[in-house]
Design a binder for this molecule. Structure first.
Ligand code: AMP
Length: 476
């Protein structure tokens, strides 16, 4: 992958304490021949801003707090120093000490594990995540891996079962630390911290720095180098964002029409597992190759869904916020927030699934009247009003894009033929900043309920169930 455009942003990487001049290529860094070969094999030439800012202090053994969004190249910024430091301290071909990387979700942990194997060739690694059998993990841990990548719950399980001890950990990484706290992993983090040796290097990465995380960092990191890349928690600049103001009942037909009219992969976020299932069914009924990802699925199903999406077996993946962070699927064209997220951070992470590295992408949100508060919070956060999506041509509602995987069935029409739900016009929206609002099109003009007229279906008659008498008469 080419991230040359990010290199321009190296200057904007803002190490908050003195760091050496940012390296402009990996050749400027004191790396081993094995690491240079691994980076070449991965086609990594230029460090991303977070890598340029993090790798030198981390290689020198310092603790680091990295404020970086998802998709910025965080993984290599801790994996390169881990591998180099462990290899550098090898005795008789065996690294002295180990590294533990903690990630909030199994998917992210698996992804990091993949990079540990690619960059750390020759070093033993173990993946320790929930939802899968203990046996193979215990066997891998007995083999004394140099790098353990884990989710917090399963790591604590192993500590309690005494199938893992952390006494020889030299490097400890907390990735997506804010997410781990959001997910309620504080007790597990505390238990893990208590089991780690005091003498260690700690690298902490987070997109945001909420107060509880700041407190945790003060308690557990020593004189950390602080590096911040780009504006904190902003959506990727190359993601075009827009919003459709819709009634809840209009979300599915709008989604089907968008998937039909826009080629490429689509990641759809829904609020609950139940809604995720329902949206996926609607997509499948309409003939699209869709799959779902949420925490009620087994680990194998989650893996298959993600792998199938990556490889193009599924064009659409419908997910809860489990997929909002860290998941690296190249070339997701369109992120659709079927439901708006509850926090602006989740919005940023969802949008961050598209327009990764060099690519362009689009992020569309559907906001029902009940979600206008969330929309206002998002617009305040990004500092501008999102452009309002407007009318779709009636033809756009037909599924024009049969997937190569399945013969398309016609788009299920029921919601469109139902009488439009009456939506009280929402209060005129206050733009986050007056100048921005005007530039983006005044919300006063455009912020209105999205109705069937917008879909070109104002004339559609509600389909009425024939009366019992008529049904009897029609019976053959
Ligand atoms: P990450 O934030 O670690 O998930 O990385 C985001 C994406 O950028 C992944 O597809 C990485 O393979 C890619 N990437 C990370 N660092 C570099 C680099 N220095 N050069 C090119 N691609 C990179």
């Amino acid at each position: 992958m080419n991230v040359s455009s990010q290199s321009a942003a190296v200057a904007s990487a803002a190490p908050t304490d003195a760091t050496p001049v940012a390296p402009s290529t990996f050749a400027d860094l004191p790396l081993s021949p094995a690491m240079r070969a691994a980076l070449r094999a991965a086609s990594y030439v230029t460090p991303t801003p977070i890598q340029a800012a993090t790798i030198p202090p981390a290689l020198a053994g310092r603790d680091v707090i990295g404020a970086a969004q998802t998709g910025t190249g965080k993984t290599a910024s801790f994996m390169i120093p881990i591998v180099e430091r462990l290899r550098g301290a090898a005795e008789g071909g065996r690294p002295r000490g180990a590294a533990v990387v903690l990630a909030p979700t199994r998917e992210l942990a698996e992804q990091i594990h993949g990079w540990a194997s690619r960059l750390g060739t020759g070093l033993k690694t173990a993946l320790v995540v929930g939802g899968v059998a203990y046996g193979p993990q215990i066997a891998a841990l007995r083999g004394r891996p140099a790098i353990v990548i884990a989710t917090p719950g399963r790591l604590v399980d192993h500590l309690e079962r005494k199938t893992l001890a952390l006494a020889d950990v030299r490097i400890f990484v907390l990735d997506e630390a804010d997410r781990m706290l959001d997910m309620g992993f504080r007790p597990q983090l505390d238990a893990i911290m208590r089991s780690l040796p005091a003498e260690r290097q700690t690298l902490l990465f987070s997109a945001t720095m909420p107060p509880d995380l700041g407190a945790l960092a003060r308690m557990h990191l020593r004189n950390p180098a602080r590096v911040a890349v780009g504006p904190q928690a902003a959506p990727p600049p190359k993601a075009a964002q827009d919003v459709y103001l819709v009634a809840n009942a209009e979300k599915t037909p709008l989604l089907l029409s968008m998937v039909a009219t826009n080629p490429g992969t689509v990641l759809v976020f829904a609020r609950t597992k139940h809604r995720t299932d329902r949206v996926m069914r609607s997509l499948c009924d309409a003939g699209f190759a869709a799959q779902r990802l949420h925490s009620n699925r087994t680990q194998q199903q989650r893996r298959d869904a993600l792998e199938g999406f990556r490889r193009g077996r599924y064009r659409v993946l419908v997910a809860t916020d489990i997929a909002a962070r860290g998941i690296d699927v190249a070339d997701i064209r369109h992120v659709i927030n079927y439901d708006l997220p509850m926090t602006v951070e989740d919005y940023v992470h969802r949008v961050g699934r598209t327009a990764r590295a060099e690519a362009h992408g689009r992020a569309t949100s559907f906001a029902s009247p009940e979600e206008r508060g969330q929309l206002r919070a998002i617009e305040r956060h990004i500092g501008r009003a999102l452009p309002r999506g407007t009318a779709l041509a009636p033809t756009a509602l037909r599924p024009a894009a049969p997937t190569p995987h399945r013969a398309p069935r016609p788009v299920a029409p029921p919601a469109l033929h139902r009488a439009p739900r009456q939506v009280a016009p929402s209060a005129p929206q206050r733009a986050p900043r007056p100048g921005d609002a005007r530039a983006a099109g005044s919300p006063r003009e455009t912020h209105r309920p999205f109705g069937l007229a917008d879909l070109g279906l104002a004339d559609a008659r509600p389909e009425r169930r024939p009366s019992a008498r008529v049904r009897r008469a029609r019976r053959p």
